[in-house]
Write a protein that binds this ligand. Sequence first.
Ligand SMILES: Nc1ncnc2c1ncn2[C@@H]1O[C@H](COP(=O)(O)OP(=O)(O)O)[C@@H](O)[C@H]1O
Ligand SMILES: CC(=O)OP(=O)(O)O
Ligand SMILES: [Mg+2]
Length: 366
Amino acid sequence: MKILVLNTGSSSVKYRLFDGVETLAKGLIERIGEQGGEVPDHAAALQRVMSSVDLEGLGAVGHRVVHGGAEFAGPTVITDEVVATIERLVPLAPLHNPAALTGISVARKLLPDVPQVAVFDTAFHQTIPPEGVAYAIDADLADRWQIRRYGFHGTSHAYVARQTAELLGLSPDDAKVITLHLGNGASACAVDGGRSVATSMGMSPLAGLVMGTRSGDLDPTVIFHLHRVAGLPVDEIERSLTRYGGLQGLTGDNDMRTVQRRRDEGDPAATLAFDLYCRRIKEYVGSYLAVLGGADAITFTAGVGENAPAVRAASLAGLSALGVTIDEARNQRGDRIISPENARVAVCVVPTDEELEIAQQVTAEL
Ligand SMILES: Nc1ncnc2c1ncn2[C@@H]1O[C@H](COP(=O)(O)OP(=O)(O)O)[C@@H](O)[C@H]1O
Ligand SMILES: CC(=O)OP(=O)(O)O
Ligand SMILES: [Mg+2]
């Protein structure tokens, strides 16, 4: 079956046209709405995608949707009700869900007779036990406003954990894998036998690791303080933490390549940003080794995880007492397995493929 997959990110649209597992066409429109970007907004990007792809004989469109709340535990055929739910969740994923809605709207209008399926970043994390998703706040408030951890990048974590088991000759049904998705957004996940049991993003994709433009974890008092003492309106604080935080906030550059180059030149801000980025990863790795009671593998994926040996080395440095070591020659070469022979915990680099995973979930759903 021919399937078009749309991965509408916060500032990009990736698309891929599949026939089964074979890719017929693919493309990427980046820096949407940014100065010097190719297109002014997501609608224009999607118009461009749809007019450049041969839609003849299309069997389905698969949409990556970041926030599915507690409602969706798997791929879901899109109806007006499903669209309304994704709309209701916009405040919880303000950088992402509006873009997905634009993609869904453009595709439904253009292809009214083709089934459209949403594949949610949150779905894979529905298996996290209650103590892994609840926040220790007033239970009635949490209930009323659906305040809990949802977790994101689920499609990538699921795919990469399965690929890791395969790479190591383990059964995916009992492998314990810590997956580190380090892209523009970044998150860690503890996967036990193919099920997510812990993840670093929270109610929204702002929590957890340090990211390109997002702060990751911080004491909520920072927000009260910025509001009450510094006098910043809440919307501005949100913008500061989501668009001008992370590497961007610390250095003025959101791209890890630039941060690394500046660090190599001895730039103190870039050095701090790099160290903080890697230390946060290490803190989550330690935490998830504890949650899982030890792991078979730790796997790096996405733009930074797949391409930055220095980040991989620094993030796992000093963990040999826990059975975690990296063979630096393998790491620099970019091998799939970068731990030494017979290491207690395998360290792997596995390219993610959210689009393929979405296409396969769509096929299984229809
Ligand atoms: N060679 C590299 N070294 C370090 N970082 C890299 C390299 N190549 C890509 N990256 C990082 O990967 C990030 C994008 O990751 P990617 O997974 O493509 O993001 P997205 O979340 O948009 O899918 C970029 O911001 C860049 O910092
Ligand atoms: C959920 C999320 O952070 O996605 P991305 O990495 O595509 O921004
Ligand atoms: Mg991504």
